[in-house]
Design a protein around this ligand. Structure first.
Ligand SMILES: Cc1cc2nc3c(=O)[nH]c(=O)nc-3n(C[C@H](O)[C@H](O)[C@H](O)COP(=O)(O)OP(=O)(O)OC[C@H]3O[C@@H](n4cnc5c(N)ncnc54)[C@H](O)[C@@H]3O)c2cc1C
Length: 424
């Protein structure tokens, strides 16, 4: 595999647009061969894309590559943190996509992408060619963003923002905490994975503390001045956990400045907090592979053409899910699943020589505050030709007087539905 960079590749070929057209010509000349689509990342974005590519065109040769033997779901992971379920409850398998839809499943890490030869290389040295590549590699933490918090520190002070062992580790730390202790959560400024997630986490930790250590409290140190579903969260905390959850805006205390992982302290610009348990949720960026392949811009995220989610930087590579820029859509499993379907449909149309139509996408995010208490937010997004980006054409939140128990039932049912829609 050549170590060609995106810049040298584009210089070689002219422009990304020209290459896309070349891709089309190459495909036409081998019409009888089965088109190959390789999907990297078997989470909510990648698994949905692989499945829907086969549903939209069963004749496609679709390979899904996932580096982890076990994938744990983000949705629901705060409930594991609160001790409601075992970690195994979050396990999702991509095997169903192989059995039910004929997707080839490979467990391995993709280490290189060669856009010129259109192939990916795995850690074991094997190469897999593609006509089109879909990447959904999730997020990486920005370990350079908060002084004192890096990869090594995260082993002791888990962020638990990629569900798995760290989810359990944080649960165990809270379980071992004294009654009367303080759990400090830091919430990053955006864009980051699951905007309401830190506040759902604070709620479910408070739920645990209320039952087991009622003199304790949760403090959220926020790098922002407002957050998703804010008024609904405030109402929920007042009703369910009075005096137990404190939200500290950066307007009041300034930005998060540094962390001392040994002393379990966080310094903001104007104050200082000691914790018994510390949960740092750092700022984030696109997954390593997307950045290594030079698919990310200076923001750390991947710009895409929103009719197809094809990269605007490298042709024939599509980026979906948390890694891509699809503002104002939030980074969520629901968004990743929605984007995957648009992307899969666009790829099938592109193979037929048709330009993909304008996209319409949906996100609906539930936050669970207690077993029988949930709230939600919805957005419908369409492509604006004048703004050349997605715009929210409709949006809404749980009304203040709505039945929270019904919302909790909807949240459970949504989780079952998206699991089936993505992985089965
Ligand atoms: C606490 C928490 C709660 C959440 N709650 C919700 C919720 O209620 N609703 C909701 O919609 N969303 C929720 N989310 C967000 C959701 O989990 C993510 O937005 C979603 O998983 C994004 O999907 P993705 O496909 O982009 O990335 P991921 O699901 O992270 O999948 C990426 C996959 O790519 C694989 N990969 C990466 N690099 C490589 C490589 N080089 N080779 C092979 N494989 C690779 C990874 O192993 C991973 O399996 C929550 C997240 C958290 C942390």
């Amino acid at each position: 595999m050549t170590g060609i960079t995106r810049r040298s590749f584009l210089a070689l070929a002219g422009t990304a647009g020209a290459l896309s057209l070349m891709g089309g010509c190459a495909a036409t000349s081998t019409q009888s061969a089965r088109r190959k689509v390789v999907v990297v990342g078997g989470g909510y974005g990648g698994a949905t894309a692989a499945k829907y590519l086969k549903l939209f065109d069963p004749g496609l040769d679709v390979t899904l590559i996932e580096k982890r033997k076990t994938y744990y779901s983000g949705p629901g992971s705060n409930e594991v943190l609160a001790g409601w379920h075992e970690l195994a409850w979050l396990r999702r398998s991509q095997e169903g996509l192989q059995k039910n839809h004929g997707v080839h499943l490979i467990h391995g890490k993709v280490t290189e992408i060669d856009p010129e030869r259109r192939s990916v290389e795995l850690k074991d040295g094997s190469e897999i060619p593609y006509d089109r590549l879909v990447l959904s590699p999730g997020v990486d933490m920005r370990f350079d963003a908060i002084e004192g918090y890096n990869l090594k520190a995260s082993k002791r002070i888990p962020h638990a923002w990629r569900p798995g062992k760290q989810t359990l580790q944080l649960h165990n730390q809270i379980k071992a905490m004294r009654n009367g202790g303080v759990v400090v959560i830091t919430a990053p400024s955006g864009p980051y994975r699951c905007p309401p997630g830190p506040y759902e986490r604070a709620s479910l930790i408070a739920h645990y503390l209320k039952q087991h250590k009622p003199r304790s409290k949760v403090i959220i140190l926020d790098d922002k001045t407002q957050f998703s579903k804010q008024a609904l969260f405030f109402k929920g905390w007042e009703e369910l956990y009075p005096g137990m959850v404190e939200w500290v805006s950066s307007e009041k205390e300034g930005k998060i400045d540094h962390v001392d992982v040994k002393k379990l302290t966080v310094a903001t610009e104007f104050n200082h907090h000691s914790a018994d348990v510390l949960n740092i949720i750092p700022p984030q960026k696109a997954g390593w592979l997307a950045r290594k392949a030079e698919l990310a811009d200076a923001s750390g995220w991947c710009p895409v053409e929103l009719h197809s989610f094809e990269s605007t930087l490298i042709p024939n590579i599509h980026v979906i899910g948390d890694s891509c820029i699809a503002t104002p859509m939030p980074k969520s499993a629901f968004s990743a699943n929605s984007q995957a379907k648009i992307c899969a449909h666009a790829i099938v149309e592109l193979f037929k020589g048709n330009p993909p139509g304008p996209p319409s996408l949906i996100n609906h995010c539930y936050s669970v505050l207690a077993p029988d208490y949930a709230i939600s937010i919805t957005g419908v997004y369409e492509y604006s030709v004048t703004e050349r980006q997605l715009v929210a054409t409709s949006s809404g939140e749980t009304p203040m007087d709505a039945d929270r128990q019904k919302e909790a039932e909807f949240a459970r049912s949504w989780r079952e539905n998206i699991t089936a829609d993505t992985f089965e």
